[in-house]
Design a protein around this ligand. Structure first.
Ligand SMILES: [Zn+2]
Ligand SMILES: [Zn+2]
Length: 208
């Protein structure tokens, strides 16, 4: 760990930035995570120097990072990020600047991933002995970090989704009404149990 002091020419006596070097960094203040705006990935504070050098050919030290982001204290470090990932498997608000993708999650726990097959593997290994049936559900996912911190977490949508959910419920209610009527109408005619079962199955498939 390089704990060098600020070089005299990094900051002017009045505290304003000296150089005009701009690093492709942005701070998500909600999560205290720095994001590389070029790579669209979160960078733990202790990785910033290395990332800038290796990926962007830019030399930058801690004081310059403080300056660039207008912060006084380090942001989330890699050790903290490890802990954060394990306790934040589902986050309410996406990490700003990191892509949110359509992925999948487990219905019994907070496990999530980008590919359906990853969830199949998870369920068959983690929940194989449980009585409750685990299913794969579609969820928005995000991979906030790379390296050994590479891991998907779920992102709950914001206020917009609540509206969407209400709409979905209404739609389900309407479908339910339609279905009840359909069954009733069907019973008036010459219906068979098999037909009802088929209707029920397609109905269930629709609302899932
Ligand atoms: Zn980058
Ligand atoms: Zn699970």
């Amino acid at each position: 760990m390089l704990n060098q002091e600020a070089e005299p020419d990094d900051i002017r006596p009045d505290g304003t930035p000296q150089g005009l070097i701009q690093f492709p960094l942005r701070l998500d203040t909600d999560h205290d995570i720095v994001v590389c705006t070029d790579c669209c990935i979160g960078i733990p504070f202790d990785w910033i120097g290395g990332h800038m050098k290796d990926n962007h050919g830019l030399k930058c030290n801690d004081p310059q990072v403080f300056q660039c982001l207008n912060i006084m204290t380090p942001t989330m470090k890699s050790e903290e990020a490890q802990e954060w990932l394990s306790t934040n498997r589902i986050i309410k608000k996406a990490v700003d600047g990191v892509p949110v993708l359509q992925g999948f999650a487990c219905s019994l726990c907070s496990y999530s991933g980008k590919k359906r097959t990853v969830l199949y593997n998870h369920i068959s290994s983690t929940h194989k002995d449980e009585n409750a049936r685990a299913t794969i559900v579609e969820r928005k996912v995000q991979k906030p970090f790379q390296g050994h911190l590479k891991q998907y977490i779920q992102v709950e949508s914001g206020d917009d989704s609540e509206v969407e959910d209400e709409d979905a419920d209404e739609w389900k209610l309407k479908l339910n009404d339609d279905f009840t009527r359909l069954v009733e109408e069907n019973h008036q005619g010459e219906s068979t149990g098999n037909l009802d079962l088929r209707l029920i199955n397609s109905f269930i498939a629709k609302i899932r």
